[in-house]
Design a protein around this ligand. Sequence first.
Ligand code: ATP
Length: 361
Amino acid sequence: MTALITLTGVNKYYADYHALRDINLTINTGEFFSLLGPSGCGKTTLLRTIAGFESVSDGVVMIGGKDMADVPANLRPTNMVFQSYAIFPHLTVAENVAFGLRKSEDLDKPTKAKMVEEALTMVGLAGYGNRAAHALSGGQRQRVALARALILKPKVLLLDEPLSALDKKMREQMQVELIRLQRQVGITFILVTHDQEEALVMSDRIAVMFEGEIGQLADPETLYRRPNSRRVASFIGKMNFLDAEVKAVVEEIDVTVQGLGRLKISAEQAPEEVSVGPAVAGIRPETLGILFEGETTDRKLVDGVVDEVVYYGDMTYYDVRVDGVAQPLNIAMKNLIGRPVLDVGAKTRVIWDERSLVLLK
Ligand code: ATP
């Protein structure tokens, strides 16, 4: 893996508002990288500093080994696709895509036409060139915007919430197509999104941002299974939080967790700086279970009472009260054949496993 983009000590102020706080980040060639975080955390600002639409107040942005400080947006090896499709409705599809070539005056007409058709094929719109852009669906418009951004084969494609205006089904389809497209062209994609599922599905690595800072940077599985803080854990998926007390840190970590008792976990289930004293333990709802009649388990069990039931068709989410735990435990169960949906008030047994527990800051 070779580094393509390096941000070192990047800070951005809007007047006295500190929008980016000491960002240090490396993005590799050919990587699908996402900036994920709640509204206002600074992800668009970060993307725009890479594009050159915003200057940095402090720090260095390098692309391809070159300092970008004095390189304006139009001379950077980047191109951007926006949330609003930004296509011209009165032009044809081909004319819209050819707009991406407006600065390539040295190219003759047949070459341009060939490049347009290639770009349209890439995004699944071969043969659509003569259609009027205003007659396209939202998903098709977004493909036209993509074709226009890709036609000059930039080193980096910057995508600012490109799918957020699409309905759920179209968004899911475009996610798969964007992944395919990125693999096919091998260009580095940097995606801004506030949708954690979208980031998990699409990315090689994700930077989770809060209040201008990167909270955690990791691959999707690590982020989900080993979040480094409560806020990352609750932003990405659901997590039960239980008060805990670390008793000893040797090779393993000896800890008591409210409702579950004393147990040992491995060092990789805890932050590096873990020490003896109060802590918080996290357990994902789908790593807990309910023992239904006729089923057996070799995992641990604790008694509980169903407090709330939310039926999703394929899944049921239960809140189950367990003695000694302040908040009911949220448990996600697949609705397998023969499994009843339990009622509120039902006595039940909760299945748990210390291997799925993480200690959090
Ligand atoms: P969203 O998902 O809502 O777009 P975001 O994470 O992309 O959020 P940014 O657009 O980067 O957030 O904005 C980060 C912060 O900087 C916000 O508090 C925003 O109000 C502020 N901000 C952004 N642009 C400017 C500007 N040009 N002038 C002043 N403040 C700005």
